[in-house]
Design a protein around this ligand. Structure first.
Ligand code: PMP
Length: 366
């Protein structure tokens, strides 16, 4: 035991996703499981075609629209399959014959999006963080757009290598963003994007739901070989009920949206995210045994990635942290090291507890 703290009643889950949920949301789920809204049956048993469930979907969409100030010219889709499925569906749904697609190569998830898109389209990497070993983002001035691109894809927050785009450019082609890991953690100018997509299991609840916000002008008749359920236009026409939507995940998303609203909305989520990550980075930068290689202006406020200067201590760190109620701190499978994911549900107290543990670990091993 390295920590002198005595009280570990609280447990904090630093997982990259599926991630921590607010205690109030978990309590409400538990209370409502047997009988949803007085219907006499569980939310798990609701037909997605019932008036009550359609009402829930409308509420979720209305709350999302209010929180993000989504203009009326955008459609909101609730899809299955996760962000990884969108990696392939984007070129299939958005590109016209002869068009290519621009991609910013910012890290692990951008690379996954690129390799999947390459199966369906010509891909141009317009700028890459590879030369900096994915520890810093190329500036907008370094982006080299292609004249025949149908869209430009970015990953707003790189979950595995801890980089985040602070700002978004105005481009001649529609900007498409994978916001899976920083969705609803800050206000964003939706009107600057052609399409935004995000899996829900980090800041909007649980796995199974992927939200797609798409400008109506980008919807087009599905290409012949695209399964209809994977067509944005078909799902938009059918209010995301062409087939069964992920009903339970939508219900949890509804609870999360209410929790976000009750806790001050996106400006408050942003402020809390900045506060959490600032405190942790500041400690790491002054410590003798931890190191964050990410370029400070590009560091993610959501996934704080760092290393122990002595890599042989990494497993010990992760194991002892868990014994102290701090879970899932191991880094991304490809990146290694340590990663503290600080999504909306993580309180500042969780970060303080982590820093207290890290300090004690440093005293024992520094
Ligand atoms: N993009 C980003 C930025 C992610 O963090 C993840 C999941 N960690 C994905 C895409 C893939 O999401 P899914 O597993 O839901 O397909």
């Amino acid at each position: 035991m390295v920590c002198t703290c005595t009280e570990f009643a609280e447990r904090y889950n630093f997982a990259a996703g599926p991630a921590m949920l607010p205690a109030e949301v978990l309590t409400q789920i538990r209370e409502e499981i047997p009988d949803w809204r007085g219907s006499g049956s569980s939310i798990l048993e609701q037909p997605f075609t019932s008036a009550a469930f359609k009402g829930l979907m409308e509420e979720v969409e209305a709350d999302l629209r209010t929180l993000l100030s989504i203009p009326r010219s955008y459609r909101v889709l609730f899809l299955q399959g996760g962000a990884s499925v969108q990696f392939g569906l984007l070129p299939l749904n958005l590109l016209h014959p002869g068009q290519s697609a621009d991609y910013l190569e910012s890290g692990h998830w951008a690379r996954r999006a690129i390799s999947e898109a390459r199966r369906h389209a010509r891909v141009n990497v317009i700028a890459s963080a590879a030369a900096q070993s994915f520890t810093a983002l190329p500036s907008f001035e370094q982006w080299r757009s292609s004249p025949d691109a149908g869209y430009c894809h970015i990953t707003s927050n790189e979950t595995g290598n801890g980089l985040q785009l602070r700002d978004f450019p105005q481009l001649a082609v529609p900007l498409v963003a994978d916001m899976t890991s920083d969705f609803l953690t800050r206000p964003i100018p939706v009107e600057r994007f052609g399409l935004i997509y995000a899996s829900a299991q980090k800041n909007l609840g649980i796995a199974g739901l992927c939200v797609v916000i798409v400008h109506q002008n980008l919807l087009r008749r599905p290409p012949r070989h695209l399964p209809a359920a994977f067509s944005y236009a078909v799902q938009a026409e059918q209010q995301s009920r062409f087939n069964t939507p992920p009903t339970f995940a939508l219900y949890v998303a509804g609870l999360m949206l209410r929790w976000i609203r009750q806790n001050g909305g996106l400006p408050a989520m942003d402020e809390a995210a900045q506060r959490r990550s600032r405190e942790l980075y500041r400690y790491i930068d002054t410590s003798r045994i931890y190191r964050c290689r990410q370029h400070p202006p590009d560091r993610s406020a959501i996934n704080v990635c760092f290393r122990l200067i002595e890599p042989g201590l990494t497993d010990t760190f992760v194991q002892q942290a868990a014994q102290h109620g701090l879970y899932n701190l191991h880094g991304h499978a490809v990146e290694g090291g340590i990663r503290a994911s600080l999504y909306n549900a993580m309180p500042q107290a969780g970060v303080r507890r982590l820093i207290a543990f890290m300090t004690a670990f440093e005293h024992a091993h520094g």
